[in-house]
Structure formats: structure tokens, C-alpha cells
Design a protein around this ligand. Structure first.
Ligand code: NDP
Length: 327
């Protein structure tokens, strides 16, 4: 038997509770993992609260990521004792996820834990941090370099935003953090932000083109914020869009794309190909200051992870939440 958060659904809505499950109930997969740590990402908040239809079938074990140790494997890449990470692939949405002491998944979905990280540190990074790195890889592939100018990071106090600031600052970029919580300015400066702007500056309808400012953008927010970020990106600059914390809409014009040659990159972490996710984790191992990450990481037990789902959607969480699934 093992403990897991289990989501069920009835006429009243989605219910989440910690429950003991039999290992025989685990879904099909080549690799059984003893999970050590999972996390609460924004998408986990959507799943646990049932506020958006991310869960495809019930009962579901949520948790879009986990880090743990291989217990048994029929996949050639993995043997018992291997330390592994999982991000996405529909885990916690269509396939039982990481907010549990055990998980069974396809071997191709797993990434080896980089030697510099503990299992806990890997989940302090989690899907949010890995997605921040995917955004940065897209900007780098575009040709962006630290000397090119300011980089805007939106949703700065969130998981994606915080890790993006940490990484960009360490790489030598001048980072401008957009936040609705200016009271956290000191913490954002400590992560490496050079300047802070109020979320409200970008959050309302703007002009098709504004004064050119950003060489690049990491946007976790979507909606008017993303539209305004594109409209104020410099000639031939690039915007990496990964999130929808403000909204899924994109009320923009084509002006930034056709008049300034701005490029908008869509970032999807869940189905990112294996080579790209391996590259992202290797770059995280090289470029992330894990001590600074620890300073913005809070630890939860499995049962504490349930109310944290609503907290992250309400914007009450700063930084990252790791879940000790064995507590
Ligand atoms: P968090 O909740 O940790 O961070 C979101 C941040 O956005 C908040 O901390 C807040 O930052 C800001 N925010 C919240 N509400 C609003 C609002 N109404 N308007 C403007 N800003 C707001 O979530 P994550 O960092 O984990 O994820 C961020 C987004 O990225 C989510 O939409 C998530 O679904 C998406 N995501 C996408 C992935 C992908 O593969 N494409 C993978 C991972 C995440 P502040 O207080 O500083 O303003």
C-alpha cells in the first residue's frame, strides 16, 4: 500500500483527499518509482481545485512532476536505484501523477537526476523551473545575448518567474521583473532582478506598438500582459510565452511581428521532446544557484499540498512549493 492524493468528481465538483492505494492499482508502465518529492505547480492547482478541466479521467492522482528512485524497471534505460525526474507527459492529468509515494510511468518519460542536484532540489526546480529554462533556451536559440538589453520577466514572484530571474541574472542579463506584489521587491532583487515594474503597467489594454524596451521577454501571464510585452519588444527581439496566470486570451495585433520582426515563441514543457528536456536539465545543473532557490522554497506534507492548490491559483504563493510525499 502507498499514500496518494486522490481526486474524485461528483455533482458537487472535484474532491481531493489523501488515501491509501494498493500498488496493483497503479497504471501500466515500464518503470515503478519510489517517489521522494513532488511539487505544487499552477497546473496542479487547477487539477486539485477542479477549476479548469486539466484532469481527463477520475479517480486521478494529481502531480505533474516528481523526483524519486527506480524500484523496478523493464525499460533498458533504467535499473533499480536510479535517481529520476519526471515532468509532464500528461502525468497528473491523464496518467496517475507524482503526489503519491509510488508512481508507474513509461521509461521514455524519465530524465536522469543531474549529479549536482538532490531529489529535493530537483523538485524545488520542478516543472516551473524546467519551463523557465525552456524559455531561456528559446531566447538563446533566437540569438539573444546579455549585452542585447533588458529582459522582461512577468509573474516574477511565481515559480516560473522566480527561476527565470535567477537563471537570467546568473547568465549576465539585466532583468526587469513585473509583479503585482511590489512589497516583495527586496526578494526579487535578491534573486537578481535589476529593476521592478508594477504588474498594472502591462495588465490593461495597450496600443498595438509601444516604446521599444525589451530585448527579450519570459512571459508566464498571457492576456494583455503578453500583448503589451510584444508591443514593447525591440526590433527583432523575442518573446517566450509559457503561461496564462492573467488569462488564456491574447488580445494583440500583428504590428510587433510585421513591423518590428518580433518573434513569439510558444513554450510547452509537457510534451517537449526528450533531447530538449535533457538539455534543459543539464543547463539547470550548470546555471542555477540552488542556494538562492532554497531561499524561495517552502516544504509541505502530502495533506498540506491539497489547500496549496487553491493558494497557488489565488496568487498567494511566492517561489516554489515542494511536497514531501512521505510525510
Ligand atoms: P505561479 O502561480 O507560481 O506564478 C504565477 C505568477 O503570475 C504569480 O506569482 C503572480 O506573480 C502572477 N499572477 C498571478 N495572477 C495574475 C494576474 N491575474 N495577472 C497578472 N499576473 C498574475 O505559477 P507558475 O509560475 O508555476 O506558472 C506560471 C504560469 O505558467 C501558469 O499559467 C502555468 O500554467 C504556466 N506554466 C506553463 C508551462 C508550460 O509548459 N507552458 C509549464 C509550467 C507553468 P506576481 O505576484 O509577481 O505578479
Amino acid at each position: 500500500m502507498f499514500n496518494a492524493i486522490v481526486l474524485t468528481k461528483d455533482e458537487q465538483g472535484v474532491h481531493a483527499r489523501v488515501q491509501a492505494l494498493d500498488e496493483a492499482q497503479l497504471p501500466a508502465g515500464e518503470v515503478t518509482v519510489r517517489v521522494a518529492w513532488s511539487t505544487i505547480n499552477y497546473k496542479d492547482g487547477l487539477a486539485i481545485t477542479g477549476s479548469s478541466p486539466v484532469v481527463r479521467s477520475y479517480p486521478m492522482v494529481p502531480g505533474i512532476d516528481f523526483a524519486g528512485t527506480v524500484e523496478s524497471s523493464s525499460h533498458p534505460d533504467w535499473t533499480p536505484g536510479d535517481a529520476v525526474i519526471l515532468n509532464g507527459w500528461g502525468v497528473g492529468e491523464a496518467h496517475w501523477g507524482g503526489l503519491a509515494q509510488k508512481a508507474r510511468v513509461r521509461g521514455d518519460w524519465l530524465v536522469p537526476l543531474p549529479a549536482v542536484f538532490s531529489l529535493r532540489q530537483a523538485m524545488a526546480i520542478g516543472t516551473a523551473g524546467y519551463t523557465a529554462m525552456l524559455c531561456i533556451l528559446a531566447l538563446e536559440k533566437h540569438g539573444l545575448q546579455p549585452g542585447d538589453g533588458e529582459i522582461l520577466v512577468t509573474g516574477a514572484n511565481g515559480g516560473v518567474g522566480s527561476v527565470a530571474i535567477l537563471l537570467l541574472a546568473r547568465l549576465g542579463y539585466r532583468v526587469v521583473a513585473s509583479t503585482g506584489r511590489p512589497e516583495a521587491a527586496d526578494a526579487l532583487h535578491a534573486l537578481g532582478a535589476s529593476a521592478i515594474i508594477e504588474r498594472a503597467e502591462l495588465a490593461t489594454p495597450g496600443r498595438p506598438l509601444g516604446k521599444e524596451r525589451w530585448a527579450g521577454v519570459v512571459d508566464a501571464v498571457g492576456s494583455h500582459t503578453l500583448a503589451n510585452a510584444c508591443a514593447t519588444t525591440r526590433l527583432h527581439g523575442a518573446v517566450a510565452a509559457c503561461g496564462l496566470a492573467q488569462g488564456m486570451d491574447f488580445p494583440a495585433t500583428v504590428a510587433p511581428f510585421i513591423l518590428r520582426g518580433v518573434t513569439l515563441y510558444g513554450i510547452d514543457s509537457a510534451m517537449a521532446p526528450k533531447a530538449l528536456r535533457h538539455a534543459a536539465w543539464q543547463r539547470l545543473a550548470r546555471d542555477l544557484d540552488v542556494e538562492k532557490l532554497e531561499a524561495i522554497t517552502q516544504e509541505l506534507s502530502l495533506s498540506q499540498a491539497i489547500p496549496a492548490g487553491a493558494d497557488i491559483l489565488a496568487g498567494r504563493i511566492r517561489g516554489r512549493l515542494v511536497v514531501d510525499v512521505n510525510r
